[in-house]
Design a protein. Structure first.
Length: 413
């Protein structure tokens, strides 16, 4: 049974904005701040990779990336759907933000012990083990703060933290010069991550440390599980075709497909930039407002993709020199569009505590993607793989649209 949070549940909370309180300019400013937060992270990653490759070698960076992938996957599991779960919980009871955040972090952070045991099993010892554990802990804390950034809309804090962290890492790498090795890259990145975390903790200390309660709550893991499964299945929906392509097509086609898919996934992310900063109003607004938002965002998606197709031609064909046919670019646009209509409806279902239904629909979409890609990729190549992914995206949109229209189901029992 889903437990509903105590305390105030509406817009009457002191200091909280109601949906009508936001002017158009305020919304534009919020979206711009959220966009800057999204842009600064890949930009920082580009700078660090460039410094390592130019001063050391691509091999050193590649060896670091292997470790980065393992740490990122581990933190994704330890996060356990806390972002979406806490966004809804904060919206229902803003006054409990600090206690909810601490409870989530303590509960999930307890499983760092398991991660450490895994590191030991992989053969890490001494300094390598210590820096890896520090990396995991700092990354987990930094990830935990992202939901606070989004809910409070203090995007300047997030951007400032990223800039500080980037400066720490870059200065350390430059000070080492051409003698950079993998172990030093790890240290520089971890210290930069700690700097990011320190800035965030300092900025939000009055919000997240408003009390001293530290509670391990297994109920949190149970209630956040559907959000974790939804995120994992969503990863499969967007990446399953790429996995099959990697195992099937030539290296040249794999590279071209990855670049093409990355471009249109970036176009998809514009929907999240526009929607997620306003979730605290969304969760309190009537359901009809959510449906109107879905229609508006879908229309906006059409307008975005009218521009995205020629932009894709410019970037992918002119700059990258891939010479992709117009058919693939149009398919990419069709691949991106459903997310603009799906995202608000997914949050509408979250509002009704129907995250389990969303997870099931996402896994079904992932299964369709895998099966269709296997069938279509050999005879049709990249076009077949992208057509499979596009079909899965539209079927998922149809399933979510049908579920949110069921007015007889408001909350999970």
């Amino acid at each position: 049974m889903t437990q509903h949070l105590p305390g105030t549940t509406g817009s009457e909370s002191a200091g909280e904005e109601v949906p009508d309180a936001l002017t158009t300019w305020a919304r534009v400013w919020i979206v711009a701040g959220n966009g800057a937060r999204h842009v600064i992270v890949p930009l920082a990653n580009f700078v660090v990779s460039y410094v390592v490759i130019s001063m050391a070698s691509a091999e050193v960076w590649g060896e670091f990336v292997v470790r980065l992938v393992v740490v990122t996957l581990t933190v994704h599991i330890l996060a356990w759907g806390n972002h979406e779960y806490l966004l809804r919980a904060f919206s229902r009871d803003p006054g409990a933000l600090g206690s909810l955040w601490r409870r989530s972090l303590v509960t999930r952070g307890s499983f760092l012990v398991v991660a450490v045991a895994g590191c030991v099993a992989l053969g890490l010892r001494g300094g390598d083990l210590g820096w890896t554990v520090l990396w995991l802990a700092a990354a987990l804390g930094h990830q935990a703060l992202t939901v606070v950034v989004l809910f409070t809309r203090r995007f300047g804090v997030a951007v400032s933290a990223e800039v500080v962290g980037l400066l720490v890492t870059t200065v350390l790498l430059l000070s080492r010069g051409p003698t950079i090795d993998v172990a030093f890259v790890v240290k520089a990145v971890v210290l930069g991550l700690i700097a990011r975390l320190a800035v965030g903790l300092a900025a939000y200390s009055r919000v997240i440390f408003d009390g001293v309660s530290v509670v391990f709550d297994p109920r949190h893991l149970v209630e956040a599980t559907p959000f974790f499964l939804t995120g994992f299945s969503g990863l499969l929906v967007s990446k399953a075709d790429l996995l099959v392509v990697t195992a099937t097509l030539s290296h040249a086609e794999i590279g071209a497909y990855q670049v093409l898919l990355s471009f249109f996934i970036a176009v998809q992310s514009l929907a999240a930039i526009a929607v997620t900063p306003f979730l605290r109003e969304f969760y309190r607004a009537p359901d009809d407002a959510g449906r109107r938002e879905a229609r508006r965002l879908l229309a906006a998606g059409v307008a975005v993709l009218v521009v995205a197709v020629p932009a894709a031609h410019l970037v992918l064909n002119r700059i990258y020199g891939l010479d992709l046919p117009l058919t693939l670019l149009v398919l990419g646009a069709c691949y991106s569009l459903p997310v603009y209509g799906t995202l608000p409806m997914v949050y509408l279902l979250y509002k009704r505590d129907r995250e389990r239904d969303v997870a099931l629909a996402s896994f079904a979409g992932a299964a369709v993607n895998i099966v269709l890609t296997i069938i279509l990729v050999r005879p049709f190549g990249m076009a077949g793989a992208l057509a499979a992914g596009t079909t899965a995206q539209w079927l998922l949109w149809g399933a979510i649209w049908g579920m949110q229209r069921d007015r007889n189901v408001s909350r999970s029992p």
